[in-house]
Ligand binder design. Structure first.
Ligand SMILES: [Zn+2]
Length: 93
């Protein structure tokens, strides 16, 4: 077993850098569309601070960084996902 260096990523909302494990990853999978914590394709990361995920501009920011259109119901699913997401990396939906 070799110790692994944490993978650092930037939250698209507050622009702070966090250990990847503490961020929710949203991916525009090239086949299956929007996925949380998995999928292959363009990804965005967001931290678990309420200020970030409940930001009224978060959908716009996500659309911009994923270069895709997010359906209106996305935000509901996203909030459920990020509030239930505690330290379980790679948990999918
Ligand atoms: Zn943030």
């Amino acid at each position: 077993m070799t110790p692994q260096n944490p993978v650092m990523r930037v939250c698209i909302s507050c622009r702070k850098t966090y250990d990847r494990k503490n961020l929710l990853k949203i991916t525009k999978d090239y086949k299956q569309g929007i996925m949380f914590q998995k999928g292959m394709g363009r990804s965005a990361y967001i931290c678990k601070s309420k200020k970030c995920y409940s930001d009224s501009k978060i959908k716009k920011k996500l659309q911009k960084s994923l270069k895709t259109f997010l359906r209106p119901e996305f935000i509901e699913i996203f909030e459920k996902e990020i509030t239930s997401y505690n330290d379980y990396p790679n948990k999918g939906i």
